[in-house]
Ligand binder design. Structure first.
Ligand code: ADP
Ligand code: ASP
Ligand code: MG
Length: 408
């Protein structure tokens, strides 16, 4: 008997009707002869609603209490789904993160899973139960409730699949797979039947929210077969399978386009070009626990340095304040920031063996008069930062340039 882990995201359990539909799908999976573990998110909008409630009380609430609050969303869904399964005559048991001992470190709001104790769950499964697990939450060694970061139910599901050695981990969402880019931004985006782990990792880390990055890391590390599917489609689609590179059928040079609206850019200019200057600039920012993404430094003819980097938009004000202090200390000509930028990235393992992709990318953007503010490249991706007003135009232009469009 095969074991399947299915995860249903917020919109898939957003109403009672949707929860009923999920129950039907779970039963159908069981009736095909499988054991089923279901991981669910909070009903859509619920996590944001809870965040809104807390912000009416305190701007920066205690991280411990925040996790206690946010974990309630998923607890509602596991109970409702279990009830819907009972009504259909199935045996089902719900579990919170601490009940299944989804052990994590103690970093509230972005905890990492360290262990899952599955013995009890296996007994329940053998007894014929469907197991319904609350996504996004775990428990630290000291008993505190933790959460895994936004979109973290994906990671719960993959971790469960790895721990239980499941045949497949199926991520049910509101699109029927991974597309060449977000279909909400480019309606001509094409569904991919397969994508490699490496490409999916890049897509997720560069802003594609269809899978949380940690879920992809986990699936790659523990060899969990991972598939993205729609919970809105009748019957069983094939969705998108995340595969190892050798398994890939067609080898496009560019597989997809990701974008990230959450970044902000900071620049300090006219500082002396001396050893240690980069660490003088970034030191205070990293010590304030602000993550830095892209960095560009260049030295002008007058021998002074201009230094630009990007941070998450939530950290923009704080980073700008720190940079202004550094600017005063180093005698900078100017410090400035821009929080209306976006990063657009081309991703594809095929880029390794193809030269000229970057220049085609830049030429296509230039034809649309889109000015590039920053560039960064790796073996399998090219990212540019542009003004946020060019997001849609930039994505669509590149989608067309690299023949990713579906014929409509
Ligand atoms: P869930 O609530 O099910 O976890 P999410 O909203 O987290 O769903 O993820 C699904 C959404 O991801 C889609 O509605 C789509 O807008 C977005 N998305 C972004 N990039 C892509 C992509 N490349 N392919 C498919 N969906 C994408
Ligand atoms: N409910 C959480 C969120 O909205 C976790 C998830 O849906 O995966 O981010
Ligand atoms: Mg999600």
């Amino acid at each position: 008997m095969a074991l399947i882990v299915q995860k249903y995201g917020g919109t898939s359990v957003g109403t009672i009707e949707r929860i009923q539909a999920v129950a039907d799908r779970v039963i159908a999976t069981r009736d095909r002869g499988n054991q089923v573990v279901v991981v669910v998110s909070a009903m859509s909008g619920e996590t944001n609603r809870l965040l809104g409630l807390s912000s009416q009380i305190e701007k920066s609430p205690s991280a411990r209490e925040m996790d206690v609050l946010l974990s309630t969303g998923e607890q509602v869904t596991i109970a409702l789904l279990s009830m819907a399964l009972h009504v259909r005559g199935a045996m089902a048991k719900s579990y919170t993160g601490s009940q299944i001992k989804m052990l994590t470190d103690d970093v509230h709001s972005k905890a990492r899973i360290t262990d899952i104790q599955c013995d009890e769950m296996r007994v329940d499964l053998e007894a014929g139960n469907i197991i319904v697990v609350a996504g996004f939450q775990g428990v630290a060694e000291n008993g505190n409730i933790t959460t895994l970061g936004r979109g973290g139910s994906d990671t719960t599901a993959v971790a469960m699949a790895a721990a239980l050695n499941a045949q497949e981990c199926q991520i049910y969402t509101d699109v029927d797979g991974v597309y060449t880019t977000d279909p909400r931004v480019e309606p001509r985006a094409r569904k991919l039947d397969r994508i490699t782990f490496e490409e999916m990792l890049e897509m997720s880390s560069l802003g594609s929210k269809v899978l949380q990055i940690r879920s992809v890391e986990f699936a790659g590390k523990y060899n969990v077969p991972l598939r993205v599917l729609s919970s809105f489609e009748e019957g069983e689609g094939i969705g998108t399978l995340i595969t190892k590179e050798g398994d890939k059928m067609e080898q496009a040079v560019v597989s997809g386009i990701a974008f990230n609206r959450d970044e902000a850019q900071l620049t300090i200019s006219g500082i002396p070009d001396t050893p240690g200057v980069a660490s003088d600039i970034l030191g205070p920012v990293t010590r304030a626990n602000i993550e830095i993404d892209m960095i560009v430094q260049n030295v002008g003819e007058d021998g002074t340095t201009d230094f630009t980097f990007t941070v998450h938009r939530n950290d923009y004000e704080k980073a700008l304040g720190l940079l202004q202090e550094t600017g005063k200390k180093l005698g900078a000509r100017k410090t400035r920031g821009n929080d209306s930028i976006v990063k657009i990235s081309l991703v594809g393992v095929g880029m390794r063996s193809h030269a000229g992709i970057a220049s085609n990318m830049f030429a296509a953007l230039a034809r649309e008069s889109i000015n590039i503010l920053m560039i960064s490249t790796s073996e399998i991706k090219i990212s540019v930062v542009v003004d946020e007003k060019y997001l849609e135009l930039g994505v669509r232009t590149l989608h067309n340039e690299f023949d990713l469009d579906r014929v409509i």
